[in-house]
Design a protein around this ligand. Structure first.
Ligand code: B12
Ligand code: SF4
Ligand code: SF4
Length: 248
């Protein structure tokens, strides 16, 4: 969905923040195939829940107009979430909930009704620097709260269209689509729980793929196992480039 917020009437610009699924990108169970995580499955399915919530509001509140977003339009998702008290923005730049951690996507519904709003909460990063210390490409500067996109594995493996710069060879820690290192080391994620939503589950065949299967993946398998996944974003050629980059 491509949306220009400026073109929306002001009365529709009230935001309802939501986090979708807890720990939706916990790694898949077989450690050998930790190359791709099931987060990659949740994003395209996520707005189903927002639409269900809209339907719930129609029943319980009345006629409410709204539009749903999940990383689908230029909405400042983290800042709205922070302002509405869903968590604080950590040194790894992600929104962290004190009881749920950061393994979820942010979603919003822009509505034409007034609510009682919560306010921001405290930043609980304190003196911790685990995400800064653990980042394999030093993409988070010493003081934190910023990610240098031009060094981030997530950027290289998802967004970059050209070849990955050779200076990053050997630093990718086996990540081929996105990277969660700065979340995996975050102490606040010890409270996160896996989702129990079947819509977010990865294709079953993916769970049994070994590293060798990944290296030899064909376009046919790619289309099958990533049919409902955000991994489609890189296309087969992009994923292949990322896998090949890990070879010596
Ligand atoms: C561009 C982008 C990236 C880029 C750059 C990330 C970065 N940290 O700058 C790249 C490709 C690297 C990336 C990677 C990832 N991303 Co990303 N990304 C985005 C995207 C599309 C836009 C962010 C952006 O640049 N906005 C514009 C700038 C101006 O806004 P901003 O960065 O939020 O900053 C504003 C406020 O937050 C505030 N602010 C910022 N920092 C602070 C600090 C304090 C103390 C305060 C008070 C305010 C404040 O001020 C800024 C100006 O208003 C958002 C979706 C969206 N629409 O927001 C997802 C989003 C941030 N990404 C997300 C995710 C999940 C990831 C990855 C984990 C994916 C993965 N597994 O690989 C990684 C994590 C890397 C990391 N540590 O950030 C989630 C984060 C969920 C969460 N719990 O916070 C989002 C919200 C998508 C979603 N809908 O869920 N991402
Ligand atoms: S996602 Fe990975 S590469 Fe990017 S900032 Fe976090 S740890 Fe560093
Ligand atoms: S690892 Fe530590 S510094 Fe980084 S976001 Fe988590 S609590 Fe904050």
């Amino acid at each position: 969905m491509s949306t220009n917020l400026e073109s929306m009437p002001p009365e529709t610009r009230k935001l309802l923040g939501a986090d979708i699924g807890h720990a939706i990108y916990k790694s898949v169970s077989n450690p050998e195939n930790e190359l791709v995580r099931d987060a990659t499955f949740s994003m395209p399915e996520s707005d189903v829940f927002l639409k269900q919530f809209m339907a719930w509001m129609h029943v319980h509140i009345g006629q409410v107009e709204g539009r749903c977003f999940v990383d689908s339009a230029p909405v400042l998702e983290r800042d709205w979430a922070r302002r509405s008290g869903l968590g604080w923005i950590g040194k790894n730049t992600l929104l962290i909930h004190p009881k749920k951690g950061s393994y979820y996507f942010l979603a919003e519904i822009i509505l034409d009704v007034e609510f009682d709003y919560d306010g921001p909460i405290k930043d609980y990063c304190g003196t911790c620097t685990k995400c800064i210390d653990a980042c394999p490409t030093d993409a988070i500067p010493e003081e934190g709260y910023v990610v240098d996109g031009s060094k981030c594995i997530s950027y290289f493996t998802i967004e970059l269209k050209e070849n990955i710069p050779t200076e990053f060879k050997g630093k990718f820690d086996d990540w081929v689509f996105g990277c969660d290192v700065c979340q995996d080391v975050c102490p606040w994620n010890r409270f996160s729980k896996s989702h129990n939503e079947p819509l977010f589950n990865p294709h079953p065949e993916l769970l049994s793929m070994s590293k060798k299967d990944w290296v030899e993946i064909t376009e046919e398998t790619f289309r099958k196992v990533f049919k409902k996944s955000a991994v489609k974003r890189t296309k087969f050629s992009g994923l292949k480039r990322n896998i090949d980059f890990l070879k010596d």
